[in-house]
Design a protein around this ligand. Sequence first.
Ligand code: MV4
Length: 448
Amino acid sequence: MFSRILIANRGEIALRVIRACHEMGIEAVAVYSEADRDTSYVKLADAAVCIGPAAAAKSYLNIPAIISAAEVTDVDAIHPGYGFLAENAHFAEICGECGIAFIGPSPAAMRKLGDKVAARKLAQDARVPLVPGSDGPVANEAEAVKIANKMGYPVMIKAAAGGGGRGMRVAHNDISLHKAFGAARAEAEAAFKNGTLYLEKYIVEPRHVEVQILADKAGNAVHLYERDCTIQRRHQKLIEESPCPVLDERTREELCKSALRLIKHADYHNAATVEFLLDKKKNYYFIEVNTRIQVEHPVTEMVTGQDLIKWQIKIAAGMPLELRQRDIQHRGVSIECRINAEDPNRNFTPSPGRITTFMVPGGPGVRVDTYLCQGAVISPYYDSMVSKVIVHQPTREEAIATMKRALREFQIEPIKTTIPICLEILSHNLYVKNQVDTSFIERHLTNT
Ligand code: MV4
């Protein structure tokens, strides 16, 4: 097992990984930007190294600075968290070349699944249902129009190097497809330096369901059931839950086994999330794979009782996955609300500042993952997510009630947060009755 791990990240996930390290008897090294010098995770780490100024490009994305910090502190491994360098195959490769274990998949697996066209091919080979679409990249407008007419409109143009909603366009007819294609190509070229595009049938009003997978280096792999992440705003998830409340047990088993087949087919190790769209008729379609631990991993931890960060570390250290599929049960319902320092009344603009009042909820069934404390400063330089409230209860009804009570207890002053909007959703008739899709917030919530 590793004796020292460097965490190439900040905020709540840095703290989450430090906690896993400490429970495993591993020392944790934090890295921080000048803006994060006085934070809880820097204090709780066994050592901390400043890696540059506030701007992420000069600190948390600064590969030479992070590798230098790892060399100086003589760590065995690097945990990348989520965001920043977590899905950067080049970074994983450099870690390997420096004799540092990257806590995540191999660079080759990351590259293969990072290419959405290659991932679709893999899904197809593994007999995983995928959104009807182009058989590989689409070369030009004429070819796109041809495929769209065969498939039927509406269609979606996606970037092979995209994901998370970037570089996507919907088209409802030949003319709009023609225009959207050029725009999508330019956008993909600028954003990813890769203009490769592909086409999918546009799934109308879907739910977003994703399956958690763990796979070790010996070829053992298990799924840890699914999360429903339908409640999003502009591709930012706000509320996630497990299990997906609209799946029957048979479809759930099929969906989870499909995801597992795909990952087994990819020669993959460590944690992965396989994303699907679920249509109104409960058909599920593979869309993409995330090769990192995700923000919403705690809801899976709550319903399965497994510590995903500890498994990531054990797998990276070459230990076998001692879990058999039949040992993994899901129990009860877990919901997570993301608390962002944003003002819902000002179009979710960031609301940074110093926290004067910070009172976290607690009590039965409540977990709070946060790096904040009284006096902490929320920096304008980074993602606005400052806290996650996770609840676990026997039923969905009870989980919603516990979440509402926890969010009402939560005091964060003087900044604005997404707590009121989360409360509004949790009380909304359509949310309670499971009649939402990914457009719910835009369509049904006030001031959004
Ligand atoms: C889609 C889709 C409809 N049809 N693909 C958005 C994020 C990216 N991971 C995939 N996304 C979508 N892909 C097809 N063929 C609708 C979305 C989508 C969406 C998906 C999940 C959650 C929220 C969403 C919001 C808008 C669009």
